[in-house]
Design a binder for this molecule. Sequence first.
Ligand code: GTP
Ligand code: SPV
Ligand code: MN
Length: 593
Amino acid sequence: MSALTSNPSVLAWIEDKVKLVSPDQIVWIDGSAEQIEALRAEAVSTGEMIKLNQELLPDCYLHRTAVNDVARVEGRTFICTPTKEEAGPTNNWMEPSEAYAMLYDIARDSYKGRTMYVIPYSMGPVGSRFSKIGIELTDSIYVVLNMAIMTRTGKAVLDVLGDSDDWVRGLHCKCGIEEEKRYICQFPQDNTIISVNSGYGGNVLLGKKCFALRIASYQGWKEGWQAEHMLILGVEDPKGDVRYICAAFPSACGKTNLAMLIPPEIYRKKGYKVWCVGDDISWIRKGPDGRLYAINPENGFFGVAPGTNEKSNPNALAATRKGTIFTNVALNLDTNTVWWEGLDKNPPENAIDWKGNPWNGKTSKEKGAHPNSRFTAPAVNCPCISSEFENSNGVPISAFVFGGRRAKLAPLVYQSRDWNHGVFVGSIMASETTAAASGAVGVVRRDPMAMLPFCGYNMGDYWQHWIDIGAGLDPEKAPKVFNVNWFRKDDDGNFMWPGFGDNLRVLEWILDRCDGKVGAQETAIGYLPNAEDINLEGLEGEVTLDSLRTILDVDKELWRTEADGIEEFYAKFGDKLPPALRKELDTLKANLA
Ligand code: GTP
Ligand code: SPV
Ligand code: MN
């Protein structure tokens, strides 16, 4: 197949990689429906994908990854900068020439007997000033089909690129899916990503975490913009005014759910609506009017399946009813449809679990779906997708919201005193680990701005970049900064806040604060709501004013211990710690004394 571009930098790079990996043939992904259909058929014929019930789930497929390959591998993810200091204390680092040599050894001849797919893709609407172009080489049809949902792919992207060499190089080699030889390496200075020995999501869909966060965060630092692990949603009030919020929560901590929330009945009756612009990543720039604007660089949702149901997230569920790829969920053999824990109370008895073994959902103690099983669904399928989803100029941001999964300590919501204090609040985020990454689950760790696994440079420089962005904004126009925690638990381990749709009650307080419409209590950590100002109408029996007060408390004793933890964490950054954040920590300590 002939090349779809004459761009010299593209052709030279591909020629070089062809020599390295030795594919049998090369296929350029042109963006046509026919090509996608042919690739689906080929993947079904080899068993790589299973075609699901086309009446109930048109154009939907199931894929199972290797059992050793079900989540991002943070321990095997590297930032390859010339010096270790550029990668900083929170990233794994490898010297670039060493990394290239090691990766090329692993990748050499690994496409023998296989096809090289060349995927040109745009992160962001094709041609938008926010957007960036990448090319991913892969030997996996599954990757091609996922990228075709998650990004804008095909010839149109190459036409926009023209002869420019401003594009991100991505090489993915499945190799033998060997865990000990799995590496996900980013080379920020070279605009390059190399991923070997995995076939799973965030490790191999290189447009997502590798490019749109790790490489793009570095680009944003150099170019004066931001790439963040943030959802974008619009809240429409009864007058029809829509205000936008960006929220950063760590992996599997509720971004997709919040981005698509269905307002509680009392809000729906008043005329409130919520629109989803993005569920995972935001690229943010200052607009001509001095406000910050955000786009979602993705074109689909790579969402957590377990727990997604008609009640928790009907919009996400609806988005998965056509054109979707399911990964590592259970297969119901009676209906040829999919099932996962928390979908409904009726698990199939005649099924295949995510590992590919016969499974009876009524009797088996094993899980049918992996806790990090996922759906890859086109954004356009989502019933609440925003009319601004394709807007090349992005949407104006009123508030940034940080949040994590904390059984104790962090209150339901609080507001920072100003921008720099907001950066501090983001920098001290901590959250219990989840199944989205391999390793222990439920351990509290620091995860600044939910970017711990995704920041492509020194986190100290990243914080300073946040502070510099704020310094360039008129405080009147800068987004207000908040922190939320939907995950407070009582002593019996029950969640104390209903969450999901009811989180709109907290968003309403946040937007009212942005408008200066509601008061707050000034505490040691920032502004907390007066309990009466969170609307509990319709939650009678579920949340009382007293239980609300419990999750709005600031326990100074616990916070003093927390401050010691922050001190210890900050110490890792040495002189890369922005003085402004040091000052904020001192203020916190003084407030707690
Ligand atoms: P990534 O795609 O990994 O970045 O995850 P995410 O941040 O989009 O998380 P997602 O919305 O998929 O939610 C992950 C898990 O958190 C699911 O099991 C949800 O059911 C659960 N969850 C989401 N929102 C809430 C909430 O408000 N309260 C509670 N208790 N659980 C929630
Ligand atoms: C996350 O882990 O934050 C995800 C899934 O969104 S992955 O694409 O695997 O990174
Ligand atoms: Mn994510």
